[in-house]
Design a protein around this ligand. Structure first.
Ligand code: F6P
Length: 543
């Protein structure tokens, strides 16, 4: 048995007590008023030194309020928090998700090399490869029409039913890769238990040509189960109970529950408890992507993720893209008191990226307790928001440019895609926005309301194009960035206990909302009781 790596939980010392932290505080005070305009004016090589190319990805982080000294001090902080040791512990399959006593092995899902990936000293790769083979086989059967619906019609509509990581990741990637979809295959995603979403998704669909994918790691999530039951009713009303086995597939760690739902075991794909929901797009949760784009396309997504893994695992911290971006984020959250981060894709195909990254980041690092159970002594995960850059320019960018609070931004764009004229327009806007945020505009002859302070930081991430490979790189980049930030803050980035209380309370409230005579709101607060009563009144059931 291999001994555990030296320290996967390097959190015993409060962060704000570290000498590296104090050094950063002192440094922040000395550079707080420096304007990026001047940093560029005094250093003609700033872009060359503060940008990074990795295959088809260029990251420009020169438009940040930092100097070479800042980066050096941030690297010292990373060393003080044992980032390299913890990184090795993740790749070694140690149970770094301490509150759930689980390994964190999404990197195994995109490992395409011969390398073994152990969890509890057992190589998981044989199982991972076997599921990949099954996904390939199943998707080829569906796409070729060998797997038909109950009446013999080929499947041409895929409806994914899931929520959270079983929805946002596959939906975002599927939208990003829309140009790779088989022309006659349509894909829809349903997450909301409001029946309106399922109704819209099913409108005009031929049940005989529709396949539902029920995606749920646990197969117990209330919203997903409610939608799966409603979908089954829609299907069986049209085609009878016997059709379920031909029109439903599922992905879950709870294979038995999926089979019990009436599914053909050939269409049930396992995943593992060492894959967190928000890190699961690389698993069989990617099935809708595979059905729409083909297995080769998915394999290229894995290849892009794998390339980023190799970089993250092997590059020294000061030449390591996820580490650099993580530390820049820490710099603003903790030393400039900037609590938010905007994600701004200037590419229609990437427009859902902010939603995926919002879950990835906020569910991972929205924590107030360290891995040791102590209350964190500094702010942690930022508020992530964003939207398609072009549309956002005409809505919330006003605040980004002139609001009193500064919000660091990530601009994401592709060099190629579509026609040249639209790319010219897109990229000129993306680059101009980063320039305006940084340079600002001021002068004695300019009215106050037309002035821009500037000095507002941004990173620009430029992909060669939006392809399975580059999308894979991009997602893995952010995953590792979030991991490194969690390490620095000392939180467990891989649990999500904060979502539990609301779920429990909803479960206990539901009988009262249904109007069950035995249900009571006794002991609940006045506001909640008032809201329940308003709902009951609307149903003609005064409490
Ligand atoms: O409630 C949060 C959460 O547990 C997410 O972390 C997860 O991605 C989502 O719910 C869906 O869970 P499941 O895949 O088990 O249905």
């Amino acid at each position: 048995m291999k001994p555990p790596l030296e320290t996967a939980q390097p959190t015993s010392e409060p962060l704000a007590a570290l000498p590296a932290w104090h050094a950063l505080e002192a440094h922040a005070a000395s550079v707080r008023d420096a304007h990026m305009r001047d940093l560029f004016a005094t250093d003609p090589d700033r872009f060359a030194r503060l940008s990074f190319s990795l295959g088809p990805l260029l990251v420009d982080y020169s438009k940040n309020r930092l100097t070479p000294e800042t980066l050096g001090l941030l690297m010292e902080l990373a060393h003080a928090r044992h980032v390299e040791t913890a990184r090795a512990a993740m790749f070694a399959g140690e149970a770094i998700n301490t509150t759930e006593n689980r390994a964190v092995m999404h990197v195994a899902l995109r490992n395409r090399a011969a390398r073994a990936m152990p969890v509890a000293n057992v190589d998981v790769m044989p199982e991972v490869r076997a599921v990949r083979e099954r996904l390939k086989d199943f998707s080829e059967k569906v796409r070729s029409g060998t797997w038909t619906g109950a009446t013999g019609k080929p499947i041409r509509h895929i409806v994914n039913i899931g929520i959270g990581g079983s929805h946002l990741g596959p939906m975002m990637v599927a939208e990003a890769l829309r140009d790779f979809w088989r022309e006659d295959m349509m894909l829809a995603f349903v997450s909301n238990p409001d029946r309106a979403q399922l109704t819209d998704a099913l409108s005009g669909l031929d049940p005989a040509a529709t396949l539902f994918v029920v995606a749920s790691k646990t197969f117990t999530t209330a919203e997903t189960m409610a939608n799966a039951l409603a979908a089954r009713e829609w299907l069986t009303t049209a085609l009878g109970d016997g059709a379920v086995a031909k029109h439903f597939a599922a992905v879950s760690t709870n294979v038995a529950a999926a089979v019990q739902f009436g599914l053909n075991p050939d269409a049930v794909f396992p995943m593992w408890d060492w894959v967190g929901g928000r890190y699961s797009v690389w698993s069989a949760i990617g099935l809708p992507i595979i059905l729409a784009c083909g297995y080769e396309c998915f394999d290229q997504l894995l290849a892009g993720g794998e390339a980023m893994d190799r970089h993250f695992e092997t590059a020294p911290l000061d030449q390591n893209l996820p580490v650099i971006l993580a530390l820049i984020g820490i710099w603003y959250v903790n030393f400039f008191n900037m609590p938010a981060q905007a994600i701004l894709p200037y590419d229609h195909r990437l427009r859902l990226l902010p939603f995926h990254l919002q879950q990835l980041d906020m569910e991972s690092n929205g924590k107030s307790v360290t891995r040791d159970g102590a209350v964190v002594d500094v702010p942690t995960g930022p508020i992530i928001f964003g939207g398609g850059g072009s549309d956002s320019q005409h809505s919330f960018f006003q605040l980004l440019h002139q609001g009193p609070r500064v919000i660091p931004c990530d601009f994401i764009a592709a060099l190629k895609g579509g026609d040249t004229a639209s790319r010219d327009l897109l990229l000129s806007n993306a680059f101009a926005q980063t320039e305006a945020l940084m340079m600002g505009r001021s002068g004695a002859d300019i009215a106050a309301h037309r002035q821009f302070t500037g000095n507002r930081p941004s990173n620009t991430l430029l992909l060669d194009d939006v392809s399975p490979y580059t999308v894979g790189m991009l997602i893995a980049l952010y995953e590792h960035k979030v991991f490194v930030q969690g390490l620095i803050w000392g939180v467990n980035s891989f649990d999500q206990w904060g979502v539990e209380l609301g779920k429990e309370l909803a479960k206990s409230l539901e009988p009262a909302l249904r109007g069950d005579a035995a249900a009571s709101t006794k002991g609940r607060d006045g506001s909640t009781v008032g809201l329940v009563n308003a709902y009951l009144k609307s149903k003609g059931k005064a409490s």
